[in-house]
Design a protein around this ligand. Structure first.
Ligand code: ZN
Length: 454
C-alpha cells in the first residue's frame, strides 16, 4: 500500500512502484469493497469522510469540505446528515426494524424522529418492495424532507399480520440534519502535459456493493497504478456524492475544464454482466472511440449505448454548458438487474474476476489514450524494403502470428500525418496494441516520425 506521506509525484519521477502485477487485483478490490461495505454513507456526513479516509491509505487523496448552503449553479450544498441509530420497537421492546442490523433499514438522509405511533400512522413511513419480498430496498429522501424505514416485504407483511390499526410502536431515528459540509475526495496525478483525463465515481451509497463500491474500488486501484506509471496526460480522480458532488466540483473548477480531454464515469463494475459503455453527449469524442475499440477487441460480449440525459454524473459533465467528452463505463446498466438498489446488491453479487476485468479494460483505455499519436511515413513513395532493414526477420514466427506484418503495412500506409494510431487500428480492424507495436518498430528503424499534417 502507498502511504500518503510517501507520495511525491512529479512527471517522470514516479515514486517506488506498487507492483500491482504481484497482487491478485480482483481479490484486493473485493477486499476494499468489503472494508467499505458496512459504512453508512449518504450525500453528506461521516460515512463519506470515513470512506475517503480508507481510500487515502491507497492513493494520495485530497479531501475537500464545502459548507452547507454554498451555491453550485442551480443547486445548493445540502445540510449534513448525521445518523447514530434508528429502530422501530414493538410493545415488548424488541427492535422489529433495526438500523444496527443493516444501514439500509433507515431511509437514507431521513429527518430525525422520536415518538410512539399507531400502526396506521407508521405505515406510510415504511418502504418495501413486493416484487422481491426478501430484499430491503434502498431509498433516499435527499431533496424532500421525510423520515422513514426500509424493510423487506416479508417483514412488513409479518408486522401487518400482528398489528391492528391502533397497535403502538416506538419509533426512533436518532439523526440530525444541520449545517455542516459536503465532503469529496480528489486524486490529481500530474503528467508531462496538463491536458487531463478525468475519472469519477460516487461515494454516497450505504451498504450496496456494485453501486457504488465497485466503481470506487476500480477507480482507486487505477489511480494507484497510474501514480507509479509514466504519464503523458495528467489524471484526476473524483470521489464524489451523487449529482450535487459533480455540480459542486464543476462549479469550483469551471476555469480548468478546458483541460479535460477525456473522461469516464465509473460505476456498476463488479457484476457478472457484459461491459456496457454509454457514450458522451458528443458521441464521437476520442474517449468514445477509445472505449468502443477496447471493448471490441476484448474478445468478450459488450454493449454500446448512445448518450441519454439519464444515468450517472455524465449527465452533469455532459450538460450543454460543459459538453465535456465524458462517457460512462459499467457492466449491467442500472435498472436492468433486480438486485439494483436493494440489499441483494451485496458482497456476493460482485466478484473479484469481474472487478479485475473492468479494471483491465480501464487500464487498456488509458494505455490507448497515452499512446495514440500521429506519425509521418519517412519513406512514403512505394513501400520501404522491410527485408533490408531486418524487419521481415523481426516479424518471423511469433510476431507474425500476432498480425504485426499487417499492422506494419497499415501503419506505413496510413501514416501521412493525418491519421492517428487509433484511426489506423479502427480502419485496419486490428487491436490498438498491435498497431502501436508496429509503430514502435518502424520508429526504431527511422521509417516514422511523430508529427501531424493538417
Ligand atoms: Zn445508485
Amino acid at each position: 500500500m502507498i502511504e500518503r506521506s510517501a507520495i511525491t509525484i512529479e512527471p517522470g519521477h514516479a515514486p517506488a512502484a506498487v507492483d500491482l502485477g504481484a497482487i491478485d487485483l480482483g481479490a484486493a478490490m473485493h477486499a476494499l469493497c468489503a472494508e467499505l461495505y458496512p459504512t453508512c454513507r449518504s450525500i453528506t456526513g461521516a460515512g463519506v469522510r470515513e470512506t475517503l479516509a480508507i481510500l487515502g491509505r491507497h492513493v494520495p487523496l485530497e479531501v475537500c469540505e464545502v459548507p452547507s448552503g454554498e451555491p453550485a449553479f442551480d443547486w445548493r450544498v445540502p445540510r449534513e446528515w448525521r445518523i447514530r441509530d434508528a429502530f422501530v420497537k414493538d410493545a415488548s421492546g424488541e427492535r422489529v426494524v433495526d438500523f444496527r442490523e443493516s444501514n439500509l433499514h433507515v431511509l437514507n438522509y431521513s429527518a430525525p424522529f422520536q415518538g410512539r405511533l399507531a400502526w396506521r400512522d407508521l405505515k406510510p413511513h415504511l418502504f418495501a418492495s413486493a416484487e422481491y419480498p426478501d430484499w430491503v430496498p434502498y431509498r433516499t429522501s435527499y431533496y424532500q424532507e421525510n423520515w422513514g424505514f426500509c424493510l423487506s416485504q416479508r417483514r412488513l407483511d409479518e408486522l401487518e399480520s400482528r398489528s391492528c390499526d391502533d397497535t403502538e410502536y416506538e419509533v426512533s431515528i436518532d439523526a440530525s440534519l444541520a449545517d455542516g459540509s459536503l465532503t469529496y475526495g480528489e486524486v490529481y496525478l500530474p503528467g508531462e502535459s496538463r491536458r487531463e483525463v478525468l475519472f469519477s465515481c460516487h461515494v454516497c451509497h450505504p451498504s450496496l456493493a456494485n453501486d457504488n463500491l465497485s466503481g470506487i474500488a476500480v477507480a482507486t486501484f487505477l489511480a494507484q497504478h497510474l501514480a507509479t506509471a509514466p504519464r503523458r496526460y495528467s489524471y484526476r480522480f473524483l470521489f464524489i456524492p451523487a449529482t450535487i458532488g459533480a455540480l459542486v466540483w464543476l462549479s469550483r473548477h469551471e476555469n480548468e475544464l478546458h483541460r479535460i480531454e477525456h473522461g469516464l464515469v465509473l460505476t456498476l463494475l463488479g457484476d457478472p454482466g457484459r461491459s456496457t459503455y454509454k457514450k458522451s453527449r458528443r458521441g464521437d469524442a476520442a474517449i468514445d472511440r477509445a472505449v468502443v475499440h477496447v471493448l471490441k477487441h476484448s474478445g468478450q460480449d459488450y454493449e454500446v449505448l448512445d448518450f441519454e440525459p439519464y444515468g450517472y454524473d455524465e449527465r452533469q459533465f455532459c450538460s450543454p454548458g460543459f459538453d465535456l467528452p465524458v462517457g460512462c463505463l459499467m457492466r449491467t446498466p442500472h435498472g436492468r438487474y433486480p438486485q439494483y438498489h436493494t440489499s441483494a446488491d451485496n458482497l456476493d453479487f460482485i466478484r473479484p474476476e469481474f472487478l479485475a476485468d473492468s479494471w483491465a479494460k480501464c487500464a487498456a483505455v488509458v494505455e490507448l489514450l497515452e499512446h495514440d499519436r500521429t506519425y509521418v511515413n519517412q519513406s512514403p513513395k512505394g513501400e520501404p524494403q522491410l527485408g533490408r532493414r531486418g524487419l521481415h526477420r523481426a516479424l518471423g514466427g511469433e510476431l507474425d502470428r500476432a498480425g504485426t506484418e499487417k499492422a506494419l503495412l497499415w501503419v506505413l500506409n496510413q501514416s501521412d500525418g493525418k491519421h492517428s494510431l487509433l484511426d489506423i487500428a479502427e480502419r485496419a480492424n486490428l487491436p490498438f496494441a498491435s498497431i502501436r507495436r508496429a509503430a514502435e518498430l518502424l520508429l526504431a528503424h527511422d521509417l516514422l516520425k511523430e508529427g501531424s499534417v493538417s
